[in-house]
Design a protein around this ligand. Structure first.
Ligand code: ZN
Ligand code: ZN
Length: 572
């Protein structure tokens, strides 16, 4: 071990030299009694020297190894690979670990192995590596300075990401449309890249992907639907950027999702009614729930009425008080707060009692400041609220009576209602065969399906059409058909005429949710009014040589921007 310790190199060399010098001592006279001893002694030295030669060779090999290792550690060997590094470490496996070079090269190898392991796992994963992370990894790899296939792959990946992002920069967003081929190539390239550039990728894919009702690229001010996550052009859905900035749009839900909600809600409405009629327990539960709902509403209204009456009482008392007080006191009251403000340094102005009740005059003027007009307005308001409340209570009472009558009527036909409900379930909600399902589905033009019409006729035959639940089921059938057709219209860029027609159809229905309808109405209105203006402007004027007024045409074109992104419209 000490042979390889440079501190003992000198001593070893000296020892070797001494041995060689001793061998040169040859002047032992022949026949001398020491001759025999001298021979033995010589043999011993020669033997030792042979052994020392072996050690010397070992030391030489270690020195050469150290030089090679040092080359790598110092970074002078630019072509050092991880394989070479591992080979050297293997060769030096038996060298003393406390030697500096040995320790350094082992340490370097350890670090390289760790780096390679973590880099390889990042490279092999299906996820792209974010550029910032890749840069840090690459920096670390370069600092270690050992070539490996992982380092090469990472270098190439970062290089590819940089060149991709440069190509993207050259592509100006305005030209994105025109260069859609190029955009597609870049998007394809991105798929194969190991480095991720999420922001750039989003921007790029927005420029070719289709969004909104109009199925056009991402462009200008857009709103996002919270439910389907699709983006909508503000202009297409009638939301201006200015309006959105004034009052931020929270939880925007698009017209498509709202119409789908009508479809779902109509289905669950039918399901609820069927449950009620097909199980005795559910019927009891449903009726109890209706009754309790009624009671809750009545209680709430009664409480509200009580509160309003008390308020009215208080107000009329105040009016009475106002009438008793002499006018002078009333006019003096508003002055009081002003005197109390300056009270600390002008005690003479405090006119109320010597007890120093400074806080009292502050409180007293408050109710008195309510003028006669204000009181009058409040009384009017409360009286109107009382009337409304009373009429609501009356309605509730009538509804309760109706509910009881209905229940009695229903009981007469309970068996028929149950049988019919089972039919509705097996034909519409849970058809048992493909054929039945086909017959139950609404027709393409939004009319009732053959199965629905059949059920309606059955209900009539059994005298069930008068029942609220049956009416609700029919309304729900119609809502299902209507929403199915509306969804179909909204799946593509809707035509103005289709939109107007579907909005008109809805007037005969009681939709479970009207938000979607309102949106479609406003879409139809905007399109209709633009169409009207356009056809008027484009109408030829008798005797007029210039066919169109350019200024008006330009106006019209600008207005069209309010119903759809400008880019889509060809100027007439
Ligand atoms: Zn759009
Ligand atoms: Zn949506």
């Amino acid at each position: 071990k000490e042979i390889l310790d440079s501190r003992f190199f000198g001593a070893f060399d000296r020892f070797l030299k001494e041995g060689e010098t001793l061998l040169q001592v040859t002047n032992v006279p022949p026949g001398s009694p020491t001759l025999e001893a001298s021979r033995t002694w010589r043999g011993l030295i020669e033997d030792q020297l042979k052994r020392m030669d072996v050690l010397l060779a070992e030391r030489g090999a270690f020195s050469r190894w150290c030089n090679r290792a040092q080359e790598i550690i110092s970074g002078n060997d630019k072509k050092a690979t991880i394989e070479k590094l591992r080979e050297i470490v293997k060769e030096g496996a038996s060298f003393p670990p406390d030697n500096e070079t040995v320790a350094n090269i082992r340490n370097l190898t350890e670090k390289c192995n760790q780096w390679i392991e973590s880099t390889a796992s990042a490279l092999e994963s299906d996820e792209k590596i974010p550029l910032s992370e890749a840069k840090i990894m690459l920096e670390e790899g370069n600092r270690l300075g050992i070539l490996s296939k992982e380092l090469r792959a990472l270098r190439n990946g970062v290089k590819a990401a940089r060149s991709w992002s440069n190509k993207l920069k050259k592509l100006s967003p305005d030209q994105a449309q025109a260069q859609s081929n190029l955009v597609q190539i870049l998007l394809d390239e991105y798929e194969d890249m190991m480095i991720s550039l999420p922001e750039e990728h989003k921007r790029l894919s927005h420029s070719v992907k289709n969004y909104c009702l109009c199925r056009r690229p991402f462009e200008g001010f857009m709103v996002k639907c919270e439910k389907c996550n699709d983006f909508y052009h503000g202009a297409c859905v009638g939301i201006s950027q200015a309006r959105a900035e004034k009052k931020p749009i929270d939880n925007y839900v698009c017209v498509r999702c709202l119409v789908e909600k009508v479809f779902q809600a109509s289905n669950s409405c039918i399901a609820g009614i069927l449950r009620k009629w097909t199980s005795g327990a559910d019927l009891k539960k449903a009726r109890l729930a209706d009754f309790q709902k009624q009671q809750r509403k009545t209680r709430r209204e009664t409480k509200e009425l009580e509160k309003l009456r008390m308020e009215a009482q208080k107000l009329s008392e105040e009016v009475a008080k106002l009438n008793e007080t002499p006018p002078a006191a009333v006019t003096a009251a508003p002055v009081a707060p002003a005197t109390t403000v300056s009270a600390p340094d002008a005690p003479a102005q405090v006119q109320v009692g010597p007890e120093g009740a400074v806080s009292e005059p502050e409180k007293q003027p408050e109710p008195a400041t309510k003028s006669r007009e204000e009181l009058g307005r409040s009384i009017e308001k409360v009286t109107a609220a009382i009337k409304l409340c009373q009429s609501r209570l009356q309605d509730l009472h009538e509804a309760a009576v109706r509910l009881r009558n209905d229940e009695e009527l229903e009981n007469v036909k309970a068996e028929e209602l149950k049988r019919w409900s089972i039919r509705v379930r097996s034909l519409i909600l849970a058809p048992s065969s493909e054929e039945l399902a086909r017959r139950g589905r609404p027709l393409a033009n939004g009319t009732l399906s053959p199965a629905m019409i059949g059920l309606m006729q059955e209900a009539e035959k059994y005298g069930l059409l008068r029942y609220a639940d049956v009416k609700t089921v029919f309304n729900s059938f119609k809502c299902i058909c209507w929403s199915a057709q509306a969804m179909d219209i909204l799946a593509r860029r809707p035509k103005a005429s289709d939109t107007v027609a579907i909005v008109r159809q809805a007037s005969k229905l009681k939709l479970p949710d009207e938000k979607g309808l309102r949106m479609m109405k406003s879409m139809a209105q905007r399109a209709t009014s633009w169409n009207f203006k356009a056809s008027r402007i484009l109408m030829p004027i008798p005797g007029e040589k210039r066919r169109y007024d350019l200024k008006e045409l330009r106006n019209l074109s600008n207005m069209a921007g309010g119903i759809s992104p400008k880019k889509n419209l060809k100027t007439p």
